[in-house]
Write a protein of this length. Structure first.
Length: 588
């Protein structure tokens, strides 16, 4: 019933914010609509008419330029040197051929430089099999170009020929035989880059663009800015053709006004795309109204910010601060809230959660600590009698031989060994102490195995020395290698202990070169580590695995696999890292 009362619509923060915002925004919105209509009516007509006049003037100028090029092209057809080359090539001496070719090249170069829109001038002379270019010089006739451009020439609707994405002007000198190929053709290639640069002069507004389209829809040339640069002209050019001049069209998700002018003589049309925002840009009076809008917008922001802070941010901040206190272990938290809204329900549930969490943490934490200590005590109590017997046997042998110096050394090491194993003062020790204990164990075993088994410890970094770890996690693994892998090895037994750190992940790797590990044994070991049931026997490697997971979390523990040396490789994985403080020194 508590939730039903507090969650009614009239008490929600959402409804309060919506009503408050609408009451503030309503007069501003009414005024904005009026101002919008005034801006569009006063600005759009002038901008569209100016744009249309510019494109019309450019097209008329372009028509005149193309007409001038055509006249120069037809005058080339009657060029004396060109006709001599085409008709009397075989009879001309070499010197005359060269002079005529040079004279023709100069003429072509003059025609090319007569207009910035001309990229190249070519003459294709079929009778001599040569193409003469103002850019490329004399070369073998370009048969494909000669025939394909000439085939397009038959279309009388346009003076401009479209071929393979380019624009050309072509004129030909016919033979006297009907249907035969022409003697020669004069071709002028228009410079697409110069045309695009000319189109760019129309992009006087930010984000605008200009599109040159042929009436046959086989050629498109664009010069665009802003968001239009990321759009493909082939995607929106068909839509532009269907829109009348002055109408709106959405291109690349944004609205544009389209201004169109066309030339029937050239068979080309220019479409200018002007962003709607440009037309909406206020003119003279808008600057005054802009200040009014700025003040109104500021008032809206302040009012909305205050209401948001009061109804949402402040209560939410209280909840966030309470969660942060709880994260730092402070569970003595109780949040009060007088308003009957959603936060009242959240605060009440939060208070209840904190109360339940206090009791659960006390219970679970105490149980976990007790279980961890019990498992450590169990491992400490598991002193290997076989190891103890072997140590006494070594002492007996040394006593018989009178080796008193080594007897003193062995008894000292045994004392330190059993002092570390049986000490109950602390559950955690530093990594340095744990590795020292493992080294002590290997030195004792070295007296037994003599030169049959060697042990190599990599250096322990200063940072890893201070890491806290549970007691007895390395030495039992080394003991396992002695007992199960290398005890019966006749010679050249090897145990390697390595250390690695990557970020917060620490690895201690113990591997041997034993030859007694079978795939079945390795599979059984991995199964016991993976299952790790609470009721399972907690000895050996499983005991270490469980204590690591209790201390560092579920992602830590032991990994068992076959070593590259041939024996077993056990990796102690500490993903969360150890504590660097509060470690009791066992030497004290």
């Amino acid at each position: 019933m508590f939730f039903q009362k507090d969650s009614s619509l009239r008490n929600t923060i959402f409804l309060r914010m919506i009503v408050t915002f609408l009451l503030i925004m309503l007069p501003i919105l009414i005024f904005a609509v009026y101002l919008y209509q005034w801006i569009v009516q006063t600005a759009s007509a002038d901008i569209r008419s100016s744009a249309s006049a510019q494109t019309e003037f450019y097209l008329r100028d372009m028509e005149n330029e193309i007409e001038r090029m055509k006249l120069m092209q037809y005058s080339l057809l009657e060029d004396e040197d060109l006709n001599k080359l085409a008709l009397t090539w075989e009879t001309l001496p070499t010197i005359d051929r060269t002079e005529n070719l040079n004279s023709l090249m100069k003429r072509l170069f003059i025609v090319q430089n007569s207009s910035t829109y001309i990229k190249d001038v070519r003459v294709h002379i079929m009778t001599i099999g040569r193409t003469i270019s103002s850019v490329g010089g004399v070369r073998e006739i370009e048969g494909k170009r000669f025939r394909e451009i000439r085939s397009v020439f038959g279309d009388r609707r346009s003076q401009v020929i479209e071929w393979q994405g380019g624009l050309y002007l072509s004129a030909m000198k016919q033979r006297g035989v009907k249907g035969a190929e022409p003697i020669l053709t004069v071709e002028i290639e228009l410079d697409i880059q110069e045309l695009r640069a000319a189109l760019g002069q129309f992009n006087t507004y930010p984000g605008s663009g200009t599109l040159l389209l042929s009436d046959r829809a086989s050629f498109a040339l664009s010069s665009v800015t802003g968001d239009l640069a990321h759009a493909d002209p082939s995607q929106y050019s068909p839509k532009i053709r269907s829109v009348a001049s002055g109408e709106r069209l959405r291109i690349a998700g944004a609205p544009y006004y389209i201004v169109q002018s066309g030339s029937q003589e050239l068979g080309l049309s220019i479409y200018r795309m002007i962003p709607e925002g440009i037309i909406k840009t206020p003119l003279s009076k808008f600057y005054t109204w802009a200040w009014v809008f700025a003040v109104a917008a500021l008032a809206i922001i302040i009012a909305f910010a205050l209401s948001t802070y009061k109804f949402i941010h402040k209560p939410m901040l209280t909840l966030v601060k309470s969660f942060r206190r709880m994260e730092h272990g402070d569970l003595d938290i109780h949040i009060k809230h007088e308003s009957r809204d959603e936060f009242r329900y959240l605060y009440s549930r939060f208070n209840q959660m904190v109360s339940n969490l206090q009791s659960l943490i006390d219970q679970v934490y105490k149980q976990t600590i007790m279980a961890q200590r019990a498992e450590l005590k169990q491992l400490q109590s598991q002193i290997n009698p076989h190891f103890l017997y072997n140590s006494f046997f070594i002492l007996n042998t040394m006593a018989k031989t009178g080796d008193t110096e080594r007897i003193e050394q062995l008894t000292t090491m045994l004392g330190e060994y059993f002092q570390f194993v049986t000490r109950n003062a602390s559950d955690l020790v530093s990594m340095e102490q744990e590795i020292h204990h493992a080294r002590m164990y290997t030195e004792i075993q070295a007296m037994r195995f003599s030169r049959r088994i060697g042990v190599r410890f990599d250096p322990l970094s200063e940072e890893l020395k201070r890491v806290s770890v549970p007691r007895l996690i390395v030495q039992p693994i080394v003991e396992n290698a002695f007992k199960h892998s290398l005890e019966k090895k006749a010679a050249e037994g090897l145990i390697i202990v390595r250390f690695a750190q990557e970020g917060a992940e620490i690895r201690v790797i113990v591997e041997d070169n034993g030859d007694r590990l079978t795939d079945e044994t390795l599979a059984q070991l991995n199964e016991s580590l993976n299952v790790c049931q609470e009721q399972a026997e907690t000895t050996g490697l499983v005991n270490i695995h469980r204590r690591l997971r209790i201390t560092f979390g579920e992602e830590s523990g032991l990994l068992a696999e076959r070593s590259a040396l041939g024996g077993l490789r056990v990796t102690i994985l500490l993903r969360a890292g150890g504590e660097h403080t509060g470690v009791q020194d066992d030497d004290r």
